[in-house]
Write a protein that binds this ligand. Structure first.
Ligand code: UDX
Length: 446
């Protein structure tokens, strides 16, 4: 078993630390943020991620996890140092490598023997070479400190599952010895291991996230056409997904993609392209489609309600996706701000209390509700923004009967349009035979 230090207690760092501990390694997590550190020291998990807390507590009890803010202590005797710090995008999209550089410097200064440095954070192409130079400059003892690029493909809300059941593990380095020892760490996971150079590994992460974003924006564009031509995008997606050349993932049309990765990584890739003189036309179109997708909600509410001033709109779901407390780049926030501009009163509920707290920290004028029924009560319309399982189980006739006007914009195509109409709703999905409501709409809309 190995001694592994993980720098950074974000989604990637915490999941990596917990899962390697679960595989039997000794983990030291290094985190400098006092709030996160105190939480972890007091046995509290700073993020909600299915299965993470249980795995963490179990391994902590078995003494395989330590937490510190001191790099010297935290890296003492480490054979591997995983860098899992944030790389937030600047306003021009350029990923900020401040924390990655600092981690590299700290590792080099603290190294008490040979150690493999593994970059988990998503970093621009060429970063491993920068890290290598920082490390060489700061390592006064001449230890062997090879740099490995090992991008993480985990999804929030499924981080533990994705770590333990990866579709592939990518290990890039110029040192074959380093590739071999890092490969050994992942061997128990029984997944394909792709070895390559650092740049290929770095690019593969950006290419994957950009491709996922492209698929979703593509489907969202087709969905707009489906609305126009009274075609159901859900059936179209099913037909497409059965073609083995495509696969069925990431074909759900909706309000677009958000979260901490897809928006940031697409911006980062566009920035990289621009800095080399490439226009990145496709990537920019993918981004534009996503930016515009939320306006569809306002457009649909206008069709259904006319002027929105003074109307009460209920929002179901604040997190950027289900099983997550994360509201970073969440579509809900954009929609809320558009509705605020229209002069609406806004009520909202998310099944994850932390997601509501996270939204509550932002300056938005929202009445937070205890459940979906409270949102529906006296609302003029509800907008489903996050497809939580809980929302599938709602008593929809009861919801409709509580509203001022039984209107729902299903931003994630969670519901069956016919069932919703039967429940008494005026239903608008995204690309789901809008014609249906055009017919039933007559007489109800002002
Ligand atoms: C993503 C990548 O999936 C993961 O491999 C990478 O490591 C980090 O970025 P994550 O940000 O957790 O993971 O979210 P993901 O589940 O991929 O969803 C991203 C966004 O796309 C969400 O806003 C989701 O609602 C949206 N989405 C996803 C769609 O609109 N339609 C789809 O079909 C799938």
């Amino acid at each position: 078993m190995s001694n592994i230090s993980v720098i950074g207690a974000g989604y990637v760092g915490l999941s990596t630390a917990a899962c390697f501990a679960e595989l039997g390694h000794n983990i030291t997590l290094i985190e400098i943020d006092p709030e996160k550190l105190t939480a972890l020291k007091n046995g509290l998990m700073p993020i909600s991620e299915p299965g993470l807390n249980e795995m963490w507590q179990r391994n902590k009890q078995e003494d395989r996890i330590n937490v510190t803010n001191n790099h010297m202590d935290g890296l003492l005797g480490a054979e591997f140092a995983f860098i899992a710090v944030g790389t937030p995008a600047a306003s021009n999209g350029k990923p900020d490598l401040k924390w990655v550089r600092l981690a590299a410097k700290n590792i080099a200064e603290a190294a008490s023997g040979p150690m493999v440095i593994v970059i988990k954070s998503t970093v621009p192409i060429g970063t491993a070479e920068i890290i290598d130079r920082i490390v060489s400059y700061n390592d006064r003892n001449g230890h062997s400190l090879p740099v490995v690029s090992n991008p993480e493909f985990l999804r929030e809300g499924a981080a533990i599952y994705d770590f333990m059941h990866p579709s592939r593990v990518v290990i890039g380095s110029s040192s074959q010895e380093a590739i071999d020892v890092v490969s050994k760490l992942y061997k128990p996971l029984d997944s394909p291991i792709i070895t390559c150079d650092n740049r290929t590994a770095e690019m593969s992460k950006y290419a994957c996230n950009a491709f996922l974003a492209t698929r979703i924006s593509f489907m969202n564009e087709i969905a707009l056409l489906c609305d126009e031509y009274s075609v159901d995008i859900v059936k179209v997606a099913k037909i497409m997904g059965l073609d083995p050349r495509f696969g069925s993932g990431y074909l759900n049309a909706g309000l677009g993609w958000g979260g901490s990765c897809l928006p940031k990584d697409l911006k980062g890739l566009i920035h990289m392209a621009k800095s080399r003189g490439f226009p990145a036309r496709l990537l920019r179109a993918v981004q534009q489609i996503n930016q515009q997708q939320v306006y569809i909600v306002i457009r649909k509410l206008h069709w259904l309600l006319g002027n929105l001033e003074g109307k009460t709109i209920g929002i179901l779901g604040l997190a950027f996706k289900p099983n997550s407390d994360d509201v970073r780049e969440a579509r809900s926030l954009l929609i809320i701000s558009l509705l605020e501009n229209e002069g609406c009163r806004i009520k909202a509920y998310d099944p994850d209390p932390t997601a509501m707290q996270n939204a509550g920290k932002l300056k938005i004028d929202v009445t937070y509700c205890a459940n979906a029924y409270e949102v529906a009560k006296d609302s003029d319309a509800i907008v489903l923004v996050t497809e939580w399982e809980e929302f599938k189980e709602l008593d929809m006739p009861a919801m409709a009967s509580m509203m001022n006007q039984p209107i729902i914009v299903d931003g994630r195509n969670l519901y069956d349009p016919d069932e919703m109409i039967q429940a008494g709703f005026l239903y608008e999905g995204i690309g789901r035979c809008s014609q249906r409501t055009q017919e039933t709409r007559i007489g109800i809309v002002q």
